[in-house]
Every structure is written in C-alpha cells, then in structure tokens.
Design a binder for this molecule. Structure first.
Ligand code: DGL
Length: 261
C-alpha cells in the first residue's frame, strides 16, 4: 500500500502547481496526475457537473490504484469535496482548508480577500470556512475569470496583466484587506504582479500548505513511502497532449517526458 501513488487531479494543467510542491516535500512518493483537459474549464460550471466530473476523475485514479487523492482544483474542492469524501473510502483532501488556515495565521487586521473562479467564489466555500473558524474575520470574495486565460496564454506580466489585476483587485485596497488567498491553481503564476499591485498585503499560495497537509494525512494513515529512491511521476490527460506539454513547462519549470491520453 505504501508504494502506491498519490493521485492528484485538476481540471487541466493548473494542478501542476500543487504537484510541484508535493514533489518537493515528498520526493520519494510516486504521483499520478490527471488533468481533465477535455472538459476544462471547471470554473464556470454548475455544482452537479463539477461533482460528476470529479467523481469520474477519482474513479479513473482508483483504477490506477492510488493510495490517496489530492483534489488540486479549487473549483472541485469548493463544490465536490464533501460529496467525494462521503462516497470514497481512501483519504481525499482538497485545497481550501490549507489556504484558509494559513490566511488566518498571518492576517493581523482580520480582513481577508479571496480570489478564484466564478464557481469557487459563488460557492462561498472559502468565505464559509473562514467564518466557521473565526467569526470576527471579514471576508471579501472576488472572482477573476480573466486570470486563467492570461496564464494559459503565457501572459504573466506586462501592461495587460497589470490592467486586469487593477480591474479585479482595486476594491481590496478600499476594503483594506491585509491578506489575499490565491484560490485557483493558476493564480500562483501571477503572484509577483499581484504582490506588486497590493503592496504590503500577504499573498497566500496554498500549494505549499497542501503539500504539508498531504504529508500529514499519509503519516496519519501509515501510508508514507519509505523507499529511499526518487518517486515516479505519471501524467494523464483526457484530451490532446501537445498544449498540455507546453503549459506544463510553464507550471513545473521543467518538461514532462511522457504524457498519456
Ligand atoms: N483548476 C481550476 C481551479 O483551480 C481553474 C481552471 C478551471 O476553471 O478549470 O479552480
């Protein structure tokens, strides 16, 4: 069981930001990544569709005999995690709680902004979890639908990026937030320009925290791989691999040799 892989899925390529951190923290773990490139984006879809897609993604990973699943997609984590945890027996974690915990640790004025896809923000997953952990924290949610296509076009800085950031995030300056959670797989790639715009605001990229959470869950379940060799990484997508390979380079800062359809 310990030698089995950790399964990670996302709507597409963005979850590689999470895989990158898991790989860094747990280099000897085998990881199977599934990017649902045939059905991306999830960020504007309904709850029932996200639940259906996420369930199918886990069924696929289970065929590959994974020992746990990390739902790297914020939209799936927001809308489907509760359902998935109820119907599957293996440990399943999402990405919302890690970001929330970190934000609550660093925010001094208890005014926190959350950005994500439309479905994530509308679901109020972040807002409700923050409120349930600390009633006094005021949460400001803002969906930023143009950020994903910008990143996927490789536009990570420059005039268009800065204009889009100010369009979405100027209200956070008025709202006096001191912490902003990047509640979408793609947003860590825009961390620098966001940070330059929102001076002196803590920018929370939950990928690192998710990796720490993954390690904790494996340890709790006595599932940590004890072998002292570098783990194998296998990448699956549900549609056409060429664009995935190009984008993967952007997200992982290295190329992926084999991508399976
Ligand atoms: N992976 C999605 C998320 O983190 C962003 C891309 C999409 O809309 O599918 O919410």
């Amino acid at each position: 069981m310990k030698d089995r892989a950790i399964g990670v899925f996302d709507s597409g390529v963005g979850g590689l930001t999470v895989l990158k951190e898991i790989e860094k923290l747990l280099p000897n773990e085998n990881i199977i990544y599934f990017g649902d490139t045939a059905r991306v984006p999830y960020g504007n879809k309904s709850k029932s569709t996200i639940i259906k897609f996420s369930t199918e993604n886990i069924l696929f990973l289970l065929k590959e005999k994974v020992k746990m699943v990390v739902v790297a997609c914020n939209t799936s984590s927001s809308l489907a995690l509760g359902y998935l945890k109820d119907i599957f027996k293996i440990p399943i974690i999402g990405v919302i709680e890690a970001g929330v915990n970190k934000a609550l640790t660093v925010s001094l004025n208890r005014r926190v902004g959350v950005i994500g896809t439309k479905s994530t923000i509308d679901s109020k997953s972040y807002q409700n979890l923050i409120k349930s952990k600390d009633k006094k924290t005021v949460v400001f949610g803002k969906s930023c639908p143009l950020f994903v296509p910008l990143v996927e076009e490789g536009l990570l800085k420059g005039a268009l990026v800065n204009k889009t950031i100010s369009l979405y995030l100027s209200r956070f300056i008025k709202d006096k937030v001191d912490t902003v959670i990047l509640g979408c797989t793609h947003y860590p790639l825009l961390k620098n320009p966001i940070s330059d715009y929102l001076k002196n605001v803590n920018i929370i990229d939950s990928a690192k925290e998710v990796a720490i959470h993954t390690k904790g869950v494996l340890a709790e379940n006595d599932l940590l791989n004890c072998k002292n060799i570098r783990g194998e990484k296998v990448f699956y997508v549900s549609d056409e691999t060429k664009n995935f390979a190009n984008l993967a380079k952007l997200f992982l800062k290295r190329s992926i040799k084999t991508i399976k359809l």
